[in-house]
Design a protein around this ligand. Structure first.
Ligand code: HEC
Length: 208
């Protein structure tokens, strides 16, 4: 390789480094030069942006009446305790407590959506309940223990007296899995209570 070529390569390298030095901002609070910005500034309308193509001017459109999402099971219930009881008789949990994956998913759902009111151990002492929201009963209450899974499913789907509906946030499958986790809490709490009842009472101090 001639000296001339080597010099040309070195000059090219120097020019490249100078260009890089110009592109990379020395001020870290400013963005660097954006190469191919198409992915950042997308062409489609943003979900919540105004949209002149629809009559109501919104980008997010409601699904047409009567459509149901793929894979969803249509529920033929309305609100109220009577309907909850009927759901308790007719619906069964498609997942079993022995299904560890389902229980694990249930614990995630519970932690995200339910613990805020019901508390980590289901005593009805979550942060929302501690700040004035009517506290739910403990899951170890006789009423909760007697509740059929279908009844709980109805409650999560349609809401109760004070508990709101979680139908839009939690899929049907995840609702059943969250119910599994409610049973896990019930079993744990009942076992803890039984152990506490059985533990030897500390001996009374000797009479003086
Ligand atoms: C905003 C607070 C709140 C959230 C969040 C909440 N609940 Fe509730 N839950 C309640 C209240 C209050 C009750 C008592 C019944 C009523 O007033 O509707 C209740 C009752 C229940 C009961 C029946 C207990 C009984 O003895 O009546 C179950 C089971 C239950 N919730 C499960 C869940 C699950 C599972 C989730 C998460 C998907 C959840 N809850 C999220 C407030 C909440």
């Amino acid at each position: 390789m001639g000296r001339r070529t080597v010099n040309l390569i070195l000059i090219a390298l120097l020019a490249g480094l100078a260009a890089a030095g110009w592109i990379v901002q020395s001020d870290p609070s400013k963005p660097n030069y954006v190469f191919l910005p198409n992915m950042v500034e997308s062409v489609p309308y943003d979900s919540f942006a105004e949209n002149p193509n629809f009559a109501d001017g919104k980008t997010l459109q409601l699904p047409p009446d009567g459509t149901i999402p793929r894979g969803a099971v249509r529920l033929h219930y309305s609100t109220g305790t009577e309907e909850a009881k009927r759901a308790g008789q007719e619906l069964t949990n498609p997942f079993k407590l022995s299904d560890t994956d389902a229980v694990r998913r249930g614990s995630v759902i519970y932690g995200r959506y339910c613990a805020v009111c019901h508390g980590g151990t289901g005593k009805g002492d979550g942060p929302v309940a501690m700040r004035g929201f009517p506290p739910p009963p403990a899951f170890t209450d006789a009423k909760s223990l007697a509740m059929a899974d279908g009844e709980m499913f109805h409650l999560i789907t349609y809401g109760g007296e004070n508990m709101p509906s979680y139908a839009t946030q939690v899929s049907q499958e995840d609702r059943w899995k969250a119910i599994l986790f409610v049973h896990v809490i019930q079993q744990k709490e009942q076992a803890a209570a039984a152990a506490a009842a059985q533990s030897p009472v500390p001996p009374a101090p000797p009479a003086q």
